[in-house]
Design a binder for this molecule. Sequence first.
Ligand code: ADP
Ligand code: MG
Length: 265
Amino acid sequence: MGATTAAESVKQIHYLAASLKAPRITEAAVRLADQARDTGWSFEDYLAAVLEREVSARNASGARQRIRAAGFSAPKTLEDFDFDAQPAIRQQIAALASGAFLAEARNIVLLGPPGTGKTHLATALGVVAARQGHRVLFATATDWVTRLTDAHRAGRLPNELTRLRRYGLIIVDEVGYLPFEQDAANLFFQLVSSRYEHASLVLTSNLPFSGWGGVFGDQAVAAAMIDRIVHHADVLTLKGASYRLRGRGIDSLPSIRTTTAEPEN
Ligand code: ADP
Ligand code: MG
C-alpha cells in the first residue's frame, strides 16, 4: 500500500470516528498501527487495542464527571487515607474497596468522634462507586432534609425518591450534628425506606446508634430507621484523637478519650 492510500485511510478513520463521537480513536488507530506493524499483531489484536483505549478513556472521563457531580465537600481517596491512624478498620475497608457492597445494596455506617476520618472515608467510598460506573450524591444530613422538605412542600416527594433511586450510592454525612424536626425525621425515614434492599447508603455520625433517637426526636422512628439501615450493613467504628489536631500539641477534644494520639514534633 502506498503512502497516499494510508493517508486516505487515516482521513476516513478521522471522519468515521467523528461520526461515532469517538474522535480519540483516530489518534489511537494511527499510533497503534505503527506498533502493530513493528510487533506483528493480528488484525484482531489491533482492533481490540484501539477499542480498549477508547473504552478506558470513556470510563475515565465518565468517572471524572460522576465525581464532579457527586458534590463531595473535598476530594479524598482510599489511597490517601493513613490506615496506621485507624488500624482496626483496615480489613473492613479493604473488603469494601472492591465496591461489591453496591451490587448487594448494602449500607455502610461510619461512626466515631470528630476528625477521625469519617467524611474522608465516605467520600473515598463514593469515589470507588463513581469509578465503577455508579452515580453518587453526597450531602450532609441537614442538606438532605432541606432537599426532601422542599420536594415534599412542592408535592413531588415520591418523584424525588424515585429519581434518587437511580443513584447507586447516596452519602449522608454528619447525622447527629443537628437535631431534626419531627417532620424532617419522617422525610429522612422515607429516604432510608425507599433505598432499603434496593441501593446503598453511606452514613456518618459522631453519635452511637443509642444517640440517634435524640437526633430524630422520636425513639420509634429512629429505631425503625436504624433497623432498616443495619439489616444489610457494615458498621465501622473509628477511634482516637482528631487527625486534624495531630502534632499540634492538642491531643484531645472535650469528650474524646485519647487512645492513639501520637503528637509529632
Ligand atoms: P470526620 O468526618 O470524622 O470529622 P474528616 O474525614 O473530615 O473527619 O477528617 C478530617 C481531616 O483529616 C480531613 O482533611 C481528612 O482527610 C484528614 N484525615 C482524617 N483521618 C485521616 C487518615 N487516617 N489519613 C489521612 N487523612 C485523614
Ligand atoms: Mg465529617
